[in-house]
Design a protein around this ligand. Sequence first.
Ligand code: FAD
Ligand code: EPU
Length: 341
Amino acid sequence: MEILENCSLKTFTSFGISATARYLASFEDTESLEEILYAVQQSSLKEQSTLVLGGGSNILFTQNWNGWVLKNEIAGITLQHEDPEYIYVKAGAGENWHQFTQYCIEQGWAGLENLSLIPGNVGASPMQNIGAYGVELRDVFWDLEAYHKQDKQVQTFTSTDCAFGYRESVFKNRYRDQFIILSVTFRLRKQPIFHIQYGAIREELEKMGVQDLSIRQVAQAVMNIRRSKLPDPAQIGNAGSFFKNPVVPREKFQVLKQHFPEIVGHAVDENSVKLAAGWLIESCGWKGYRKGDAGCHEKQALVLVNYGNASGKEIYDLSQEILESVLFKFGVQLEREVNII
Ligand code: FAD
Ligand code: EPU
C-alpha cells in the first residue's frame, strides 16, 4: 500500500483546482480498502476525515483536505447472468464510466447509449443518479455493493434502497459519507428501446444521415451534441452543470411565465415544472462572464469554469453571486449539484 502525503489534487479533479490532501491512497479491492481504513484508524486523522474520490468530475475543493483521500480503482466488468430480455453486467466502481458505456454498446447491450461521454467512474454514478438526454442511471440500474465504513460490512442496495431522484440518492443524503460503493450491476436490454425524443438527438441523427437506427448511432449523436456545447475538462476545468435544474410548483411557473414569457420549463408531473437553470442564469447576464480565471461558460451558462488558476473559493464565490442574482430576479432558489469540499 502506497500512502502519499501532502499530495496535490490538481490533476485528480476535472476542475483542475490547486488543493492538497494530507494523505492519499488507492484501493483496488475490498481487502486493500480495509488495509487503508486500518491505516486511517492508526493515524491521528480518523475515518470521518476520509473522502472517496472517483474521477473527480463532480467535486470542487474550496480548501485543502486535511484528511485521507481514498482513490477508488476497483476494476473489472463481468457478465453476471442473462434472461430472455436482459443482460446483467457488473462493473467495478473504479471503471471509467464512458469506457464502460462504450464496451456495453460494442457488445450490443442496450440502455447506456444516452449516457455516453459523462465523465467520471462507475462508482459515483449512483451517487447522484447521473442522467442525460432523457435517461437516468436508475433506468438501467439493478443493484450495487457498498462497504459500510463503521460496520465494516458489504451491503447490497436495490434500486428502491437507493431512493433515486433527480440528481439524488440515499448516498447523497441519509447515508452521506457512510458507504463506499464497490461495484454496480446494470440490467441492459438485448433489444434496444430508443430514447431519441430528448433535445436535439433526432435532429443530430438526421444530420448524420442515419437510416437504420442503432444504439451505436444514438451514442454518437449524444456525443456530438455534448461536444458541441459542453467544455472538455482537458481544455477548460469544469464539473458539468454546477447547479441542478430547479423544480417549482406549477402555479409558480405560471406566474413566472406571465412576467418572463421566454422562460424555459418542462412539466415533471401535474403539479410541478422543472426550469432550465441555464436560461435563468443566462437571463441574469452571467453567460460568458469571467472574473480572473473563474467564469460562466460562454456556450452553457449552467457550467462554471476554471480558465487556469482559479481557486475553488473563487469558483464557489461566483456560484454564490449567481445563485443570489437568480433568487433576486426570479425568486427561485438554485441548488448546487457539484459536491463542495
Ligand atoms: P467524483 O467527482 O470523484 O465524486 C463525486 C461524489 O461522489 C463525491 O462526493 C465523492 O466522495 C463521491 N464518490 C465517488 N465515488 C464514490 C464511491 N465509489 N463510493 C462512495 N462515494 C463516492 N453528470 C450527470 O449526471 N449528467 C451529465 O450529463 C454530466 N455531464 C458532465 C459533463 C462534464 C464535462 C463534467 C465535467 C461532468 C458532468 N457530470 C454529469 C457530472 C459527473 O460526470 C458525474 O457526477 C459523475 O458521476 C461523477 O463521477 P466521478 O467518479 O468523477 O465522481
Ligand atoms: N439554456 C439556456 N442558456 C444556457 C443553457 C441552457 O437558455 O446557457 C436553456 C435552453 O433553452 C436549453 C435548455 O436550457 O434548451 C436545456 O439546456 P441543455 O439541453 O443544455 O440541458 P441542461 O438542462 O442545461 C441538463 C443536465 C445535464 C445533461 C443535459 C442533457 C442538469 C443539472 N443538467 O442540462 O447534466 O447533460 O441536461 O440531458 O440536469 C450535469 O449534471 O453535470 C450535466 C451536464
